[in-house]
Design a protein around this ligand. Sequence first.
Ligand SMILES: [Zn+2]
Ligand SMILES: [Zn+2]
Length: 85
Amino acid sequence: MSPTNPFPFVDKESGATIVDERCTCGHYRSVHVDTAAWGHGACVATVAVHDHTGPCKCGKFTWSAWVFQATGKPHVKSKRKRARR
Ligand SMILES: [Zn+2]
Ligand SMILES: [Zn+2]
């Protein structure tokens, strides 16, 4: 039986939607392997190490911050839609 992804869920206090958590290693909980709890194992993200990439050294998820669903404008270039007619 594998643990289930608890995200997203709504924070009752703020009403904000929490989509993930951040680890002290700087990566999201969703890139950590499952243990008894979802995403509480080692980080599987690859990080840039000088001129190559290697695995993150994080061996266990340690909570650092909530990751809220973006409420403002997403950090992407908006494609100008071409109005038809
Ligand atoms: Zn990591
Ligand atoms: Zn980590």
